[in-house]
Ligand binder design. Structure first.
Ligand SMILES: Nc1ncnc2c1ncn2[C@@H]1O[C@H](COP(=O)(O)OP(=O)(O)O)[C@@H](O)[C@H]1O
Ligand SMILES: [Mg+2]
Length: 374
């Protein structure tokens, strides 16, 4: 990809920001795109926008990606505009079009840019700070699914093919073990055994989807807590962001990733596995929050699937880390030689704990299947 210094003033001129460029500051956060906060001076005030450079190595087809995002944001915007009590301007991202009326800009160096309104008076957190916050984040993602449950045809484009296709991930893993191009398999024998012993788990949801036992929904697919903007003063969730891999999937996928990222406080790459500790109270919060927003549209079979999807998505993520370790760290950024192996270990440790607790998880899901928490 061609690199060169970025002329933010020139790029900003190409978007309908309605004022003169003041400055652009990087927002340090994501691992995928580069994000900047741009200030412009309009006649009566200073306005802020979020400018993102799309990672075109991960997202090779920006046209299709942005077509999805236009449909998603417009659908939700129309809904919140119709809801009487809502502050529609803050509840959904709004794309700022280019001067030519397009949803993104390709600059003279081939870089791809898009701009959103900046949702003011909000903050993000990287690690769950408490039980209430876990519940609110889960509610926000459940509500996001609810608002998109009636998105008209056609199906959204698959921006990353086979993203939650666990059997596909499993097959890729087996083939990497077979090749062992980096001669690393000998360092991961226990983890490989752990995964191989769970081959059956991989098909848990894909089979139900193909057989029509659970319906296809629009799912966010990256339900980490740092993809929710919380109101700075009230702490309430305002807006779900990071819509690049929002596409067709099982409703439970988003819940599974919430379980994976919000029910244990240990870091994803923690080396001391004693720190990976599943907390039932956090699981309860996530189940309560998600179901409060989603229970009215989920089918009984979808609610049932929430019991096992945490271990499934955690297993799938562990498989991806292990596969990348065996392949020589080609996908995930690493800071040490066994970084991906360490990550695979934390995921598999959590899988183990979730497997042991399945009856408890089922009781929690049963409790919140019908009962609102507020
Ligand atoms: N519309 C917005 N308003 C305010 N802050 C935003 C907005 N969009 C993104 N951000 C900030 O930028 C960060 C990165 O954005 P995100 O879209 O999640 O990128 P990535 O894909 O790299 O995670 C977020 O964590 C949030 O702090
Ligand atoms: Mg993000």
């Amino acid at each position: 990809m061609p690199a060169g210094p970025v002329d933010f003033e020139a790029i900003s001129r190409e978007f309908r920001f309605g004022g003169d460029f003041v400055d652009a500051r990087p927002i340090p956060a994501g691992h995928i795109n580069d994000t900047y906060l741009v200030r412009v001076r309009a006649p009566s005030r200073t306005a802020e926008f979020v400018l993102q450079r799309i990672n075109t190595i991960v997202f090779r087809d920006p046209d299709r990606l942005m077509e999805n995002i236009v449909r998603i944001t417009e659908h939700v915007a129309a809904k919140v505009a119709a809801a009487p009590a809502s502050d529609g301007r803050r509840e959904i991202l709004r794309l700022i079009p280019t001067r030519e009326g397009r949803s993104f800009l390709r600059d003279s160096e081939g870089r791809v840019w898009r701009a959103y309104n900046s949702v003011g008076r909000t903050r993000t957190v990287d690690v769950v700070e408490g039980i209430e916050q876990a519940r609110k984040a889960a509610w926000a993602f459940g509500r996001f699914q609810e608002m998109l449950a009636d998105l008209p045809e056609p199906r959204l484009h698959e921006t990353i093919p086979h993203f939650h296709d666990t059997p596909h991930r499993f097959a890729a893993f087996l083939s990497v073990v077979e090749t062992d191009s980096q001669s690393r398999a000998a360092h991961a024998t226990e983890e490989i055994e752990f995964a191989v012993a769970r081959e059956e788990m991989a098909g848990l949801l894909t089979t139900a989807l193909t057989e029509g036992r659970i319906p296809e929904r629009v799912t966010h697919n990256d339900t980490k807590i740092n993809n929710v903007l919380f109101d700075t003063s009230t702490g309430e969730p305002v807006c779900v962001i990071d819509l690049d891999i929002t596409m067709a999937g099982a409703a439970a996928y988003d819940f599974g990733d919430l379980v994976r990222t919000s029910t244990s406080r240990g870091a994803e790459d923690e080396r001391d596995l004693r720190k990976v500790r599943f907390q039932l109270d956090l699981f309860e919060a996530v189940a309560a929050g998600f179901l409060d927003a989603a229970r009215q549209f989920l089918t009984p079979a979808e609610v049932d699937s929430l019991v096992v999807v945490g271990k499934l998505i955690t297993f799938e993520t562990g498989l991806r880390f292990l596969t990348d370790f065996l392949e020589g760290d080609v996908y995930f950024k690493t800071a040490r030689p066994t970084h991906n192996l360490d990550r695979a270990r934390t995921q598999f440790e959590l899988v183990r704990q979730l497997e042991d607790r399945e009856e408890q998880l089922a009781r929690v899901v049963e409790r919140y299947r019908r009962e609102p928490t507020r």
